[in-house]
Each structure stands twice: as structure tokens, then as C-alpha cells.
Ligand binder design. Structure first.
Ligand code: GLY
Ligand code: MN
Length: 437
């Protein structure tokens, strides 16, 4: 890691925080890394996920750490490392990021609050409310809306360091996608494909930014299919899987069809890839993400007409809302520390929400695009039984080519997804340099 890139990131974030001190009436921000979540009735806990607002500044995962930020001062990192013999505490090995903080290592939990210090005009952001109380924070000082929305707004514009991390996460995920595809082509099961993916990504499942979607054939029609079937191979693979780098996510989807698949479906998949790239090309400053989503529906209408899935023109398919049966999710979302990153619908630094149009309730991003935002572009076309069923006898039934739909519904569907940075002059695709296909 280039230490100066990270230093610039920290400086950039501190500068951005100038926007919230006075407006939120605070003079100290305490970001807490988080705590473990125990399963119900159990002494086992779920894989740990760091508070993303802490991860924004500190690229190391683990519970119980505190970052204390005051305007104009070097941030103080209270590193909690208990003297434990059940679990090995995270070792603090010298690394590029530590130079940006006043480092305080604490081995007793009771000592952390005194290092947090006065909380008179401070805000606490984190999930460990009991710890915040121990420090003396009043309820109104814990996760105040104005501070959280301020942080989220700032996080929607990425620094060069963050863009670099997302690119690295794309590099890792792209390699893993290729490894997984090879297993698919060798008739592996969903579980085999998943194992190949995780191994090539060089980690464990819990380090992936979200549970991988490894869907063979008809299972691709479940948008968030997360089962991993054993002993079943297939001839269409929809693989939606990312990776993390220094806490930042990538989110890539590819759909592959074997030569045994109907040539018409395979041709449609090739055209669909071109359609996805055309939508990536439309990413640029001042474009509304809602308009891009509408454009996706128009292009999908044409595709459905061209491949005789619908008996009407692309225009008519769009006008009558028929594309929504095949493409029921949003075109994409912000990407960063969280795979569905924050502030996709936020109106301004103080909060507010710009709801999506009523006909597209699942659209996660309604913002006007600006340089340094990172979005995913992920159109899809699926044969979803539960959405098609009512259409078979509905008012639009004759607009659907049921023969073709029934011939292809076993293929599940297709989704292709890239991560795209908005630049001053347009955009930069962060996925295709690593996964050109
Ligand atoms: N990668 C899954 C999703 O974006 O919902
Ligand atoms: Mn996605």
C-alpha cells in the first residue's frame, strides 16, 4: 500500500468533517469499531463486521477499538487488545496506516473510557451503546442523525485511496470469477464453484463483502439465491460475487452459458453484455441514476422484442411496463465499504431521502451522478415464475411469447455487473480492466 495515498485519504476525510462540526454542534467524534453478535441462546458469535464509519478511516477489523477525532488535531486511535488466552487478540504489526494516528494500546476494557475523555459536546457513532454509556454519553449523543447522515454523505464521494482499494478488490474478484468459471465448465456443482471462488480469492467466506450468488440454471431467477447445491451441475451459471481489499468491496456478476444451451439464448446473452456496456458508457456527471435505470428498461424492452420473448415492440413493452416482469430490481447502487453503500438516496449532507419512482421501488440509488462516486451497473433479465404466473392469464397475456419463455425459463436468466467510477470527463470502468469479458 502506498502510505502517501492513505495519508491523503485521512487528510481528505478530516477536511470533509469540517462540514459537520458546527452544523452538528459537536467538537469530538468517537467512532467505535463494534462488538460481537452472539447467536440466540448460544455462546458462539456471528462473523465480525466492523462499523463501516470506523473502517472508513482505519483499515483493520476487530471489536472494541475507538477512533477519537477532534477538529484540528491528529486523531487518536485507542487500540483495544485484551490479554486473552481464549482468542488471540489482533496483533498490532507496524503498518502504513498507524502513522496517521496517535496510537494508544489498551489491554483492559475498563481503561478505554478514560482515553475517550470528556464527552460534553461529543458524538458517538457505533453499535456498542452500553460502551458509550460507560464513557458517559447521553442517549442523544449516540448515533445522532445529523452526524450519521453527514458521515454517509461524505462517504458517497470517494478519495483516490478508496478508488484504489475498490480496484484492488476488483482484481481479486476477477481472478476468482475466472477460477469459478473453469469449475463450471468442468461440470462442477454450485458448491464446487463456490469453493474454487473462495480459494482463488485467497480468503474465507466471511471475508467476502456479501454471500456469493452461485446459481446454476433456473436458480438464477432468484435474485439473491445463496444456496450452494451439491451434486448438481448445469449449463448456465449466474455468478454474483465480490471481494474485499482493506475493507472495500467489489461487486461483480457474470453469466455464462455452455455450448449445450440454445443458440438463441446464447446470442441474447452476447447482446445483453453489449447492453450492459452501453449503460456503463452512459455513466457521467450530471446524469440522474433514475434516468439511467429508465434507459435500462428501454434497452431491455428492445432486447425482449428482438428475441421474441415479447410479441410487442420494445417501445410498447416499456410503455406497458412489461419489462418490469423480467427486470424487477434496480440498475445498481453505490459501492464502497458496504456493497450496497450508504447515501444512495440521500438528498444532502443533512439527510432527506429522494424516493425512487413508484414503479421502481427497489432502486437503491436516486442521486444525480457526480465525479468520484462509484456505482454498480447491473441490468438483468430473468424468467421468474412468481412474476410470470399472474401474467399468463392477465390482461397482457398475449403480449408474452409463452412458448419461448417456457423453452428458456429453465436457464434462469442473466445479469452482468461492473463497478463504475464517475470521473470529471465521464466514467472509468473499474471491473473490465481485470475482467474484460
Ligand atoms: N451483489 C448483490 C447485490 O448487489 O444485490
Ligand atoms: Mn450489486
Amino acid at each position: 500500500m502506498d502510505a502517501s495515498l492513505y495519508r491523503q485519504h485521512v487528510q481528505y476525510v478530516l477536511q470533509q468533517l469540517e462540514q459537520i462540526w458546527d452544523s452538528c454542534g459537536i467538537d469530538k467524534l468517537v467512532l467505535h469499531s463494534g462488538c460481537h453478535h452472539y447467536y440466540f441462546g448460544d455462546d458462539q458469535y456471528a462473523p465480525f463486521r466492523t462499523n463501516p464509519n470506523f473502517a472508513y478511516l482505519v483499515p483493520i477489523s476487530g471489536p472494541g477499538h475507538c477512533l477519537v477525532i477532534r477538529p484540528g488535531e491528529q486523531p487518536k486511535l485507542i487500540w483495544y487488545s485484551p490479554d486473552d488466552y481464549w482468542y488471540e487478540p489482533t496483533k498490532l504489526v507496524e503498518s502504513y496506516w498507524q502513522n496517521e494516528f496517535e496510537m494508544i494500546c489498551v489491554s483492559k476494557a475498563d481503561d478505554v473510557p478514560k482515553h475517550v475523555g470528556e464527552v460534553g459536546k461529543a458524538a458517538f457513532v457505533g453499535e456498542d451503546v452500553a460502551f458509550a454509556e460507560t464513557c458517559g454519553f447521553a442517549a442523544a449523543q449516540v448515533n445522532p442523525d445529523s452526524v450519521v447522515t453527514g458521515l454517509h454523505w461524505i462517504r458517497s464521494y470517494k478519495s483516490d485511496y478508496e478508488i484504489y482499494c475498490i480496484e484492488q478488490a476488483n482484481d481479486i474478484a476477477a481472478k476468482a470469477h475466472y477460477a469459478a468459471r473453469q469449475v463450471f465448465e468442468n461440470h462442477g456443482s454450485e458448491l464446487d464453484i463456490h469453493h474454487a471462488y473462495v480459494q482463488a480469492a485467497g480468503g474465507i467466506d466471511a471475508e467476502l463483502p456479501y454471500e456469493s450468488i452461485v446459481a446454476l440454471n433456473q436458480k438464477g431467477s432468484f435474485l439473491h439465491y445463496v444456496n450452494k447445491r451439491r451434486n448438481v451441475s448445469g449449463d448456465v451459471l449466474l455468478l454474483d460475487s465480490g471481494a474485499t481489499y482493506a475493507g472495500y468491496a467489489s461487486d461483480i456478476t457474470r453469466t455464462w452459458a455452455a455450448s449445450s444451451v440454445d443458440e438463441g439464448f446464447r446470442a441474447m446473452l452476447r447482446d445483453f453484455n453489449a447492453l450492459e456496456l452501453a449503460l456503463c458508457d452512459a455513466v457521467k456527471p450530471d446524469v440522474s441514476f433514475v434516468d439511467l435505470h429508465v434507459q435500462a428498461h428501454q434497452l431491455i424492452g428492445e432486447l425482449l422484442a428482438n428475441y421474441q420473448i415479447l410479441n410487442v415492440s420494445g417501445h410498447e413493452a416499456f410503455d406497458r411496463g412489461l419489462t418490469r416482469v423480467f427486470f424487477p430490481h434496480g440498475l445498481g447502487h453505490f459501492l464502497g465499504i458496504q456493497v450496497h453503500d450508504v447515501a444512495g438516496r440521500q438528498e444532502n449532507i443533512s439527510g432527506g431521502a429522494k424516493a425512487p419512482p413508484a414503479e421502481y421501488p427497489f432502486l437503491r440509488t436516486t442521486r444525480i451522478l457526480e465525479p468520484t462516486m462509484v456505482v454498480t451497473i447491473e441490468p438483468g433479465v430473468y424468467f421468474i415464475d412468481s412474476l410470470l404466473r399472474p401474467e399468463r392469464s392477465g390482461a397482457n397475456a398475449r403480449a408474452f411469447n409463452w412458448e419461448r419463455i417456457d423453452a428458456w425459463r429453465g436457464y434462469g436468466g442473466m445479469r452482468i455487473e461492473d463497478d463504475v467510477l464517475v470521473t470529471d470527463g465521464g466514467h472509468r470502468n473499474l471491473t473490465r480492466p481485470y475482467h474484460p469479458e
